[in-house]
Design a protein around this ligand. Sequence first.
Ligand SMILES: Cc1cc2nc3c(=O)[nH]c(=O)nc-3n(C[C@H](O)[C@H](O)[C@H](O)COP(=O)(O)OP(=O)(O)OC[C@H]3O[C@@H](n4cnc5c(N)ncnc54)[C@H](O)[C@@H]3O)c2cc1C
Length: 364
Amino acid sequence: MRSVILGGGVSGCAVAAALRGTPLEREAVILEQSHHASSFDLGVLLNQTGLTALDIVAPEFNWRHSGRLIHSVVLRSSAGRTFSETPVDACVAMRGADFGRMLRDAAGGVAFLEGWSFAGLDRAADGTVVGARLADGGGIDGDAFFACDGSHSRARHLVFPESHLSDAVVEEIVGIADAPAVAARLGHSFHKFHDEEGGLAIELLPLNARAVACFLQFDPLRWTLVSRDPVALRAFAKERAAGWAPEVQEAIGCLDYARARLVQTRDLPPLDELSTANIALIGDAAHAALPFTSQSANDALADAALLNNLLHDVADREGVRAAFERYSEIRWPHHHRRFKEGRELCREFLAPVPKSGPRVPLVA
Ligand SMILES: Cc1cc2nc3c(=O)[nH]c(=O)nc-3n(C[C@H](O)[C@H](O)[C@H](O)COP(=O)(O)OP(=O)(O)OC[C@H]3O[C@@H](n4cnc5c(N)ncnc54)[C@H](O)[C@@H]3O)c2cc1C
């Protein structure tokens, strides 16, 4: 049986790796529209959900030694006063580029077709998907289809046309600073600094002895960024961080703005199902969430690990359909809960910080 994986990001590579050892492994292909790895880099925080899934999907790597272990979350005011320090089950912080490379290695045996943009689906009269149509007019047949094409998923739009991403209510500048002194000061903790008026926060995540991932989250109704070019990003970030704790100002000053990016964060109101017939939605295509939970990549990995289990004994398209139905039943309540948590954290982010201090944003 041939598996067609639409999209070669975190979910696509995790699914490809997860298909190993199942009957769907042999002829699997990934269609990825881009040609080159993005120059954009960010920090990723793998938590217990993601690490447990990686033990199933890509056990050949020692993920816990592939980045910096993070033992606590420190919530602070803009000036640096500590509201709280909360121990967390060991998480691993790493560069997104390294994480992506390792996942792609794990997907190794699968044909990775770069520059292949999928544009449509061919379906039989009973709704079964029989092929993916390409933007250049060609096509590729298959028995099982995995929609891993991200939050703006074309596949989701085709199979669930009523689904719509929400409007962006929070924007985020993300990038990596080369700041060894800051990395040393942050130690093994994830630090989040808050403007007490609400609607502005800066997260610093140490990735190794030199690199610090920075996430500047802001309410675009309160501040407008005139342009996305590196000069404008730098000016905006420096203005926002003026007068903040020294480590924030230093990290913002050392950020590599040429490789940083402005992200408009949008979530996806929960779908009724995550699959139909022999096509399943995975990762952001299924459950794009707001960034406050730091969970989306971890959830994509958990999706893939579950599919590994459910697809182990399938023999035909009927088996694929049954496995995808089960996948949808199991994951749906989880995504529903995650959507609500993301929205709640967003509401709290936009409001002034309460006297008791902000809530720890990581949810497991
Ligand atoms: C700034 C930021 C920080 C984050 N930090 C964390 C974190 O710390 N922890 C965490 O768990 N999550 C984090 N996330 C979320 C995480 O990055 C996403 O959940 C994850 O990347 C989703 O993976 P995906 O493969 O589903 O989608 P994507 O990464 O968007 O990949 C989709 C892929 O599909 C391809 N594609 C799209 N359309 C087509 C098409 N028509 N044909 C062929 N290919 C197509 C795209 O080119 C892309 O490669 C963060 C996200 C952002 C933006």
